[in-house]
Design a protein around this ligand. Structure first.
Ligand SMILES: C[S@@+](CC[C@H](N)C(=O)[O-])C[C@H]1O[C@@H](n2cnc3c(N)ncnc32)[C@H](O)[C@@H]1O
Length: 263
């Protein structure tokens, strides 16, 4: 099945009213602190939040930096981000309406899974300045052992997801788009699966299918996710990976190098 942009905006329009309560990671301040630590924003920075959604990431930067610009395709989500943004542009990440090297920092949490790849990440690297950073955060499977079951759970919970990642995929995405070095960090988020699956955009049938995957999960999946079960409810330790890449400074031209060498 091909997933269209309209499918994505329809899904998030349904979720907009309750999005901020749909996962514990949404408002997890510890995850926010890890993101800020990796992004290392400075007061004069211009920051671009790609797939800003309701502004949960934008608000981490608001007041800390000179400017926060948000980009998203779903008006119902992005309208809620306006109080934390200096500017909102409703547009797809694959064609950012910004000049090369415009931002000091680009962040994108739980967005790249819905985008054309690698085009969207290449755009993020294009608009960040040399020496600036691109930070991508996404849920990932731990490794090959939980991959198939976890990807199935993620697909059931959000049928408009187009990409599913292992930790090394995110690092590679940022590196291949032109960043070097790329630093990665894991972060584990504890989610009550019944709360997490009640996202306002999927039917009970999908939620029951998610429970069924947990009930029949392999020992490897249960161990990696440290799954706990009580009275038919499951708690999953879900893995986020944060990948922060630096856009290399432009190589100095030959004449600059010669000039420097003669001084
Ligand atoms: C899971 S939400 C993440 C929101 C926010 N970054 C956060 O961490 O809470 C995903 C967002 O990506 C947006 N989105 C999906 N595809 C997009 C695209 N191609 N370009 C821009 N935004 C997109 C959706 O509209 C939605 O608001």
């Amino acid at each position: 099945m091909t997933i269209s942009r309209q499918d994505v905006t329809n899904h998030f329009a349904l979720r907009a009213a309750t999005y901020d309560r749909s996962s514990s990671w949404c408002t997890d301040t510890e995850l926010g602190d890890v993101l800020l630590d990796m992004a290392a924003p400075k007061p004069g920075d211009r920051v671009l939040d790609v797939a800003c959604g309701t502004g949960l990431v934008s608000r981490l930067f608001a007041g800390r930096v000179a400017e926060v610009v948000g980009v998203d395709v779903t008006e119902e989500m992005a309208d809620q981000a306006r109080p934390y943004l200096d500017r909102l542009v409703v547009t797809p990440a694959e064609h950012l309406p910004f000049a090369d090297d415009e931002f000091d920092l680009v962040v994108c949490r739980q967005g790249v899974q819905f985008m054309d790849l690698p085009a969207a990440v290449e755009e993020m690297v294009r608009v960040v300045k040399p020496g600036g950073r691109v930070v991508i955060i996404n849920l990932c499977a731990y490794d090959e052992q939980d991959r198939d079951e976890y990807f199935e759970i993620l697909r059931l919970r959000n049928p408009v997801r187009r990409h599913f990642f292992l930790p090394s995929d995110l690092e590679e995405l940022v590196r291949k788009a032109g960043c070097d070095p790329v630093e990665t960090r894991p972060y584990v988020s504890v989610e009550d699966v019944d709360v997490w699956s009640d996202n306002g955009a999927i039917e009970e049938e999908n939620r029951e299918a998610i429970r069924a995957v947990y009930r029949g999960a392999s020992p490897e999946f249960l161990a990696l996710h440290a799954v706990r079960e009580a009275d038919g409810r499951f708690v999953d330790n879900m893995l986020f990976v944060l990948a922060a890449g630096t856009k290399p400074s432009a190589p100095r031209s030959g004449s600059e190098e010669n000039h420097g060498a003669s001084e």
